[in-house]
Design a protein around this ligand. Structure first.
Ligand code: PMP
Ligand code: GLN
Length: 383
């Protein structure tokens, strides 16, 4: 077996979902909504699969979807990208990230990774021959440590992976933080893979600002989006990349040998999805924000300290706030078995040591499921 990948077990999301199933627990671990997604889009996909054609679409994606991604960039962010040369459709954001790393990295290139870290970044960087350099954000504030971040750059730094809105920190990077990152990226002549899968899941008065919109960053950023998140259908695995022609050329070299294409019928539906009116995007936000508030309120009542949630569909708690003195992994195992609720330990997103005292819940669930889960957690705490 390949020695880079043999170090890794099954992902924490899969492991926790299996445990939840075995224990018949409510699964607030792995991040996915428990709804079916917009019926209109499902109908378009169903019609397209019956009507056909069901053969390979163009390697970069069907024109309708590439045009829709370009129009979406313009509509929400005033970004101008050429749909023919600067947009590519991938099989999920995961494949977009893999293709970016495989297409851009040379063995020995350094990559700055911000912990807590979404699970696929590190194995993919290493498999591409990259050398990871870690910078840690720490709960509960998740502030970017500016000195550490500047020191992480070297002559060998090729790129950074920046995830905003951030999973699992639920943080939306501020304009000041993004400007700070921009200045370092330009000074050090590097690139950024921007994982923006939660771009439409931003709450209160927070605003998602793609790093690509900052002066000087247009041709240094690889902007990654996911229909799975924007249309609440995580199984669809349709992603999209926006990047300058030079970068996209390199990335498409990897894409053509990894997946080559993405199912046409899904692309057709996502193209219509991205062109929905503003009401769709407003509703997505406000529905998820209400769910966040519902879960937060119930967990507050139980006595958990709930961390701030600016975006994504995750909320984290401090397990010490209810007197649990074991590790976050122990806590998550305990609540699966004793309360019948699954969560994800935040330590799983770090390589080295972290405080080990935070757990992440996904709030993108039906109200009665959130209510049942918090009732069970309340009983667990009281016992
Ligand atoms: N990046 C982040 C931060 C995620 O949370 C996820 C998973 N939902 C992905 C990428 C993967 O997205 P996709 O399912 O489109 O591959
Ligand atoms: N993004 C999801 C999460 O953070 C998991 C996706 C997966 O299991 N690969 O929970």
């Amino acid at each position: 077996m390949n020695s880079t990948l043999s170090k890794y077990g099954v992902t924490v999301f899969e492991a926790m979902s299996r445990l939840a199933l075995e224990n018949n627990a409510i699964n607030l671990g792995q991040g996915f909504p428990d709804e079916n997604g917009p019926e209109e889009l499902r109908q378009i996909a169903a019609n397209a699969v019956i009507r056909g054609p069901n053969q390979y679409p163009p390697m970069l994606g069907i024109p309708e979807l590439r045009q829709a991604v370009a129009a979406h960039n313009k509509r929400f962010y005033e970004l101008d990208l050429n749909w023919e040369t600067e947009i590519m459709v991938t099989s999920g954001a995961t494949e977009a990230i893999a293709s970016s790393l495989f297409g851009l990295l040379e063995p020995g290139d350094e990559v700055i990774l911000i912990e807590p870290l979404y699970d696929c970044y590190l194995p993919l960087v290493e498999r591409a021959g990259g050398i990871p350099k870690f910078v840690q954000l720490k709960a509960p504030q998740w502030e970017l440590p500016q000195d550490q971040f500047s020191e992480a750059f070297s002559a060998k730094t090729k790129l950074i992976i920046l995830n905003s809105p951030h999973n699992p920190g639920s943080k939306v990077f501020s304009r000041d933080e993004l400007q700070f990152i921009t200045d370092l990226v330009i000074k050090n002549n590097t690139y950024v893979v921007c994982d923006e899968v939660y771009e439409h899941l931003v709450f209160d008065d927070h605003k998602h600002i793609p790093l690509m919109t900052f002066p000087g960053m247009r041709d240094r950023c690889v902007k990654v989006g996911s229909a799975g998140k924007t249309f609440s259908m995580t199984a669809w695995k349709v992603g999209y990349i926006s990047a300058s022609e030079n970068l996209l050329k390199a990335i498409s070299k990897a894409h053509q040998f990894l997946t080559f294409t993405t199912p046409t019928f899904l692309q057709e539906a996502v193209a219509v999805g991205l062109s929905q009116n503003d009401i769709y995007f407003k509703n997505l936000r406000s529905i998820q924000q209400k769910k966040r508030d519902r879960l937060k309120h119930a967990l507050d009542e139980i006595g958990f300290e709930v961390l701030k949630v600016e975006g994504t569909y995750f909320l984290s708690i401090d397990i010490r706030s209810v007197g649990f003195m074991g590790s976050d992994v122990d806590f998550c195992k305990d609540i699966i078995r004793k309360a019948g609720v699954a969560a994800i330990p935040i330590s799983a997103f770090y390589q080295g040591e972290d405080s080990g005292s935070f757990a992440r819940f996904c709030f993108s669930k039906k109200d009665h499921i959130l209510d049942d889960a918090t009732k069970l957690l309340g009983q667990y705490i009281n016992s």
